[in-house]
Write a protein of this length. Structure first.
Length: 205
């Protein structure tokens, strides 16, 4: 649903003559950016998004995600090994992901230290070690579609900088993309600092 809404809104803006000269997605939003950039055809993008959803849906439940108002550097010092950094959305806003029990205990520890947290309404512990059973079958699925170098530049969630043609056509990149953290804050800083830009968000919110 997220991909469909984002792609449709992008097409609406393009039909009005508003075309992107650079893009940045967040997790599944990078699939929208990649599709608009020509990395996937729309048909293949839909196949991958659907396959991703099916594989995640088949994973065991029992995981969750926690937004924490603290820096990545501070959190990493005390992060239990069962948990993962799932996203760095701002210099002091990080999402932690993993098994429910470990997440709840870590949240209580943070609250006792005066660090604000908020549970996210998610079905699974995205971008955590709990995704690992689906990585091999997903990479196999990605290898079955045609991947192209991007025709419009977009920022990688994995690196926080411009995606390369080599990364875009590598099934391993898209596999790591769903396991590793979303480096959104770095990508936003890159786009903000490079030149004067107008920003347009095209998501359900």
């Amino acid at each position: 649903a997220l991909f469909a809404v984002e792609w449709a809104l992008a097409q609406l803006w393009i039909s009005w003559g508003v075309e992107p000269d650079a893009m940045l997605g967040h997790s599944i939003g990078e699939y929208t950016a990649a599709c608009l950039a020509g990395v996937f055809s729309l048909e293949d993008a839909l196949k991958l998004v659907a396959a991703r959803g099916r594989l995640i849906g088949a994973l065991p439940s029992g995981g969750g995600m926690l937004a924490v108002h603290e820096s990545e550097k501070v959190l990493k010092r005390d992060l239990p090994r069962e948990l993962s950094i799932a996203a760095v959305n701002a210099p002091a806003l990080v999402v932690v992901s993993g098994p429910e029990a470990a997440l709840a205990a870590f949240g209580q520890t943070l609250e006792k230290r005066g660090i604000s947290t908020r549970r996210l309404h998610t079905s699974h512990a995205f971008h955590s070690a709990m995704m690992e059973p689906m990585l091999a079958p997903f990479e196999k699925r990605v290898s079955q579609v045609t991947l192209n170098a991007p025709q419009i530049p977009f920022v990688s969630n994995l690196t926080g900088t411009w995606i390369t043609g080599e990364q875009a056509v590598d099934p391993g990149y898209w596999t790591a993309h769903l396991r590793r953290e979303v480096r959104f804050a770095e990508g936003l800083a890159l786009l903000s600092g490079e030149k004067e830009r107008g920003f347009l968000e095209i998501g359900p919110g």
